[in-house]
Design a protein around this ligand. Sequence first.
Ligand code: ATP
Ligand code: MG
Length: 540
Amino acid sequence: ASIYDLIQSACEKNDSKLIASFEMHKKAFTFGEMHLEAGKIAAGLVNLGIAPGDRVAVWGPNQPEWLVMKWACARAGFEMVNINPLYTSRELEYALEKVDAKMLVCPKTIGPLNYHAKVQELIPNLAEQDRFSLKVPSVPTLKKIVYYSCPEAEAGTFQWSELEQAGSDKDLKTVNEIIVDPHSIANIQFTSGTTGMPKAASLSHFNLINNAISLTASLNALLPSVHENSSFLNCLPLYHVFSFVGGSLIGAHNAVPNIYPAPGFNSAAAIKACADKKCTYLIGTPTMFTDIVNDPIRLDHDISSLDFAIVGGAPATPALVRKANTELGLQMAVGYGMTENSCATFLTYPGSSEDVTCNSVGFPIPGVEAKVIDENEKTLERGQIGELVTKGFVLFMGYVKDEEKTKESYTKDGYWKTGDLAVVREDGTLQISGRSKDMLIRGGENIQPTEIENFITTHEKVLDCYVIGVPSSRLGEEVAAYIQLKDDSVTKEDIIAFCKDGLARYKLPKYIKFTEEFPKTVTGKIQKYLLRDQAMEDFP
Ligand code: ATP
Ligand code: MG
């Protein structure tokens, strides 16, 4: 059994239903077409010497070939490695070496992104090499490169069209005879790199399928969100679990199409795709929702088909949840999870009180157990803050080539340590207080940056705000707030005066800086470790 069974069983019911549409590429697939294409590509990979258990790295933004590769690998038991589309050459090298990749598949160029140039940095003599057996000193396992979005042959590489045609009937027969172990790796997924260097997490077919099934159960039990005419607007990068599991896999499981607006996120493309395809369900990070809500072109398009959304991947402020609900006319649920837990582990649901949706991530999805513990791994009572730990089918298989780190990430009783601070509220829902690494301690008082961020973003002139601790010789740390304003009609003094009305004295920012942009990952997550570096210069 593999995640590919979802495609196969959907095909048995009705293979002419749509599975995916890439709006910018004007390329859509029915389940039947995807099955055919994945078969061709899997056979082509067999022909080029890829066998079950081999690692194929795919590096790029949302394009049809990305998704086809995913299903082709799943079908034949090849381990697909998802590489962040924005990686530099140096990061690519780190990732490929880390996982012992045998093949790299990527666009040659797409828009302003020139993957070929980055590959050439890694392999300067690519053009002179035997494309059947590359020699890459820093990544000795890497033997072949396939380019898509590459109309003309590029020396040293294979073209996508060649891969499509390479597989013989015999190769396809080989693919069809492969039996995939559900506990084998489907996916090596790099974490977002929000807190530092990304970690390579191994996820099995079993992990992924369980997450998709549990999430569907949670959604269906609470709202008939997935129905005959549903379609999902998937704005997230496919390389991330939230997009593939929370969108594509749930879609495949329910025979509902995913609409991918554009290779990278832009709110205008998302809004247009939503109006064109009458999407009913929207998934994205808080940054994406902020952009969609604030984009004026929204008013020129009918997106009233939307009835449901999941925001997740980073904290959503209550102000954002309220705004999305009223202005987009939908019911927003909040999802919480992480790469190492195969996607989501907690979910609120539409129809919950505003208090629950704005201040919690709801309850664990079926099959997930969770508790909040203290430093001695003692379970805490409701209302007490500690580290969230989780257990269940969705727990990953470990970090690649890093047994030590894998072991350290578990409690003595086998729960996985999320690194996030949380509180179980009186009503049993879970509130995430932030990452334990981001908590700041000022003069002995613990301060949660999210509390200050949530308050400052209620100011009508504030678009976005992030709070960090800045070293202080007297108090240990001081509060610093980076704020993006809607216009420049407010001063730092106004912000402080506003904060005095809602925050205890010791939580007031000592430093404020107005800024136009923040260091963020490709999914729009704030990289506070970079903001802290910046603060050393801004507030010496
Ligand atoms: P890295 O581990 O490389 O630093 P990362 O933790 O951001 O990156 P992901 O696995 O993509 O990588 O993200 C999981 C983290 O995102 C969680 O541990 C949590 O801190 C945060 N997160 C996800 N959903 C939510 C949410 N709804 N509310 C608050 N935080 C969230
Ligand atoms: Mg993490």
